[in-house]
Ligand binder design. Structure first.
Ligand code: PMP
Length: 316
């Protein structure tokens, strides 16, 4: 059975604090989307439901990996504050992990981040440093760098954009899960990029399992997009961990069409994912429409309930 959850040995759930529940998310079969888009009967579409992580997004994985890596290296010790720049999900993940492990957390967050995200970060007890909305996540990154360089002894700054532990979380977690849950049948992996951690870590490991697996990267089609968590690389500060040459296929999607796919997922599948998940499924469908056989896997980075205040849900 492809659509059952098979725990991996590398990241098996354990007894313990909330962080032990990160990873091992379900792989959902998107059978109604396959039917709706008239995919070939030998083409299967799957998605990792990352809101099953306790902090509600894929970023729990990277955040925990960076924190544990910081502890191993002696960079994060009791008394230090975790400092990060985030458009939301990494901030929420670090706030949750900081609360669970006893570290204070400060998050540089653009003023445009949704009120729900802001509240989630605060309710875990973390502090928010608001940065210019017009400067987006790049403004938050610049502010986090500035604070860290002024008081390096005070902070542990994971720097998710340049920290290999970000992609390693996916190399050791997401990829083996996909390999086992698809019983080694995955032919395409499709990932929306923000820091590039999901794409880089998962792709590297999947291609070690089977070099023929095709990697599809998904970016917004414009610098002025509304796809939370995603980056238009040509116009943004390029993350150090991002590798533009890794993907075999580069896809661009528009904000409205990704939001429309998020609505379709809710209405056709009963799967309430956020817009970047819609972007990944849309790109996967476009690739799938060119195939007569294949097993495509994408990621739904967070759940739609994180965007309840957004009006795009109301459209027909
Ligand atoms: N979608 C959402 C909603 C996100 O929060 C993120 C993380 N920035 C991504 C997609 C992209 O993930 P990654 O940082 O691993 O590229």
């Amino acid at each position: 059975m492809l659509n059952t959850l098979v725990p991996t040995t590398e990241c098996a759930p354990q007894e313990g604090d909330i962080t032990a529940q990160i990873g091992n998310t379900p792989l959902l079969r998107l059978a109604q989307i396959e039917r709706h888009y008239n995919l070939h009967p030998n083409v299967e579409l799957y998605a990792k439901a990352e809101w099953f992580n306790p902090g509600g997004s894929v970023k729990d994985r990277a955040a925990l990996y960076m924190v544990r890596d910081g502890e191993r290296r002696g960079l994060l010790v009791p008394g230090k504050t975790i400092l990060e720049a985030s458009s939301g999900n990494t901030g929420i993940a670090l706030a949750m992990i900081g609360a669970a492990l006893g570290y204070p957390v400060e998050i540089c967050l653009p003023a445009t981040a949704s009120p729900e995200r802001r509240r989630l970060i605060k309710l875990y007890g973390a502090a928010i440093i608001e940065t210019s909305g017009a400067d987006g996540t790049d403004g938050a990154i610049v502010e986090a760098h500035r604070r860290h360089s002024q008081a390096p002894e005070r902070y542990f700054y994971p720097d998710q954009y340049n920290n290999p532990a970000n992609w390693q979380a996916h190399y050791h977690g997401t990829a083996p899960e996909i390999w086992q849950q698809s019983e080694g049948r995955v032919t395409h992996f499709v990932a929306a990029v923000g820091t590039g951690g999901t794409l880089v870590g998962t792709a590297k490991r999947l291609q070690q399992y089977n070099p023929l697996i095709e990697i599809v990267e998904v970016q917004p089609n414009s610098a002025f997009h509304g796809l939370e968590g995603m980056k238009h690389m040509a116009s943004a500060l390029a993350p150090g961990i991002y590798d533009p040459d890794l993907a075999d296929i580069h896809m661009e999607v528009g904000t409205e069409e990704a939001q429309a796919m998020a609505r379709a997922l809710a209405r056709l599948e009963g799967v309430l994912a956020g817009p970047s998940g819609g972007a990944g499924v849309l790109a996967a469908v476009r690739v799938a429409q060119t195939l007569t056989s294949g097993v495509l896997v994408t990621v739904l980075p967070d759940g739609g309930s994180r965007y309840l205040g957004d009006s795009f849900w109301d459209e027909a």
